[in-house]
Design a protein around this ligand. Structure first.
Ligand code: PGA
Length: 250
């Protein structure tokens, strides 16, 4: 069975001291958590967060990585840098990176491969805009985005990957795909992975839902058989809210 992963995406929020404070508040609230708990924090918060998570099962992630190991890439961070700073996961190809920072399917693929080979688990984001959804392209688009992102990986590597299905129209809007719609689209992504990498890899890869997931809607979404966790933005910023999402089964 696939172990669920609940990952927070803080985006550009919190200073290092604020990060440490929130993690101290979160620790006792998620002590008995059944899912894997990950916080993807701003890179500059990783050292403080690494200290703060000591003695807990909270894992840390970055929000992006560069595909090269080092070099003249001003403003970027390599997998090795982020790993040493405390990250075990890295969000790759978030829709905000695609929309505001020129991220393409090709760079998403290069970053995802670099994350894996650098010892980080990539959380690869895919998802359709409202216009794409209305035009009927959702299934084709998310399948394409997922397969391009995985290009060059072996089936064994694909098993380690996390994919986050995040409909762009649901991010930060309070709108969510219905439980059934999210489940069906994630099923389509899994089928696409099976078509290229085989059923075993497809059954192992964890596929999260993301987009306004919160303490109220988490249980319904997580009850769906294809949904293996969540990528949570707004509701990951306060310890009490995020703990409620993590402890959705209680
Ligand atoms: P949201 O963000 O939960 O605030 O909608 C999710 C995400 O962007 O990963």
């Amino acid at each position: 069975m696939r172990k669920p992963v609940i990952a927070g995406n803080w985006k550009m929020n919190k200073t290092p001291s604020e990060a440490a404070e929130m993690i101290q508040a979160l620790k006792p609230l998620v002590e008995g958590a059944k899912p894997t708990v990950v916080l993807c924090v701003p890179a500059v918060c990783l050292p403080a967060a690494k200290k703060a998570v000591r003695g807990s099962r909270i894992k840390l992630g970055a929000q992006n990585i560069h595909f090269e190991a080092s070099g003249a890439y001003t403003g970027e961070h390599s997998a090795a840098m982020l790993k040493e700073a405390g990250a075990e996961y890295a969000i790759i190809g978030h829709s905000e990176r695609r929309a505001y920072f020129g991220e393409t399917d090709e760079t998403v693929n290069r970053r995802a491969v670099a994350a894996l080979r650098g010892g980080l688990i990539p959380i690869i984001c895919v998802g359709e805009t409202r216009a794409q959804r209305e035009a009927g392209y959702t299934n084709a688009l998310v399948s394409y985005q997922a397969l391009i992102a995985l290009t060059g990986m072996t089936a064994d590597e694909v098993k380690k990957v996390i994919i986050a299905y995040e409909p762009v129209w649901a991010i930060g809007t309070g709108l969510t795909a219905s439980d059934e719609e999210a489940n069906a689209t994630i099923g389509v992504i899994r089928e696409a992975v099976a078509g290229v990498y085989g059923k075993r890899a497809a059954n192992a890869v964890r596929i999260q839902y993301g987009g306004s997931m919160n303490p109220k809607n988490v249980a319904g979404l997580m009850a769906q058989p294809e949904i293996d966790g969540g990528l949570i933005g707004g509701a990951s910023l306060k310890a009490e809210d995020f703990a409620k999402v993590v402890n959705y089964a209680e």
